[in-house]
Design a binder for this molecule. Structure first.
Ligand code: SF4
Length: 191
């Protein structure tokens, strides 16, 4: 686990108004999955980089240390899911910045698009370019059918690297949807 590190312009573990700020793990429920959370005992300020930096690049650099801790955490998935379910749009949760969590939610919503007609047409060899908003769901459905990246790229007119990245995005969004359960009805969060 990373050592505690105080940061400029803040008192470690305190909000600007002086209140104790919990780490994401401590803010979560007492779920058994979160007992071994890697951020327990770590300076909470580490997980709220947006409050001590400006600009996307500064935030990404400040997020690096927190993300390093999250990568070792056995509670990474439940932490991410709980943060989305609770609408936590500040801080690093489950190894994701707020912007990355919003992107994940948008992808999860896109996966719910009904793309059966497009997929059936592609299965029957018909070139049927998906609408831009359906792209991720089509890639996901073809992946489930066992299509490889090259084959998907061929029918959609994409290079395989683009398909590989889309498959990774779709897989992460599908995992979040699966963990949320069938009742999850979130709309895409504002950018
Ligand atoms: S994933 Fe990161 S923020 Fe979440 S409980 Fe683990 S270490 Fe803490």
């Amino acid at each position: 686990m990373a050592e505690n590190r105080p940061h400029r312009n803040t008192v470690a573990g305190r909000t600007p108004s002086g209140h104790r700020r919990p780490t994401p793990a401590a803010a979560l429920t007492r779920s058994p999955e979160l007992v071994d959370a890697a951020c327990r005992g770590v300076d909470p300020e580490l997980f709220f980089p947006e409050r001590r930096t400006t600009g996307d690049r500064g935030e990404q650099m400040a997020a690096h240390d927190a993300k390093s801790i999250c990568r070792t955490c056995p509670a990474r998935t439940p932490c991410l899911v709980v943060s989305i379910a609770r609408g936590e749009w500040e801080g690093i949760w489950g190894g994701h910045t707020p912007g990355e969590r919003r992107a994940l939610v948008r992808d999860a919503v896109a996966l719910r698009h009904d793309v059966r007609a497009t997929v059936q047409a592609l299965e029957h060899g018909t070139r049927f370019p998906p609408r831009p908003g359906d792209f991720l769901a089509v890639v996901h459905e073809l992946t489930i059918l066992g299509w490889g990246s090259e084959r998907i790229g061929h029918v959609l007119g994409l290079d395989p690297d683009t398909v590989v990245r889309a498959r990774a995005r779709a897989g992460a969004a599908a995992a979040v949807l699966a963990a949320m359960g069938p009742g999850y009805r979130s709309e895409p969060a504002a950018a």
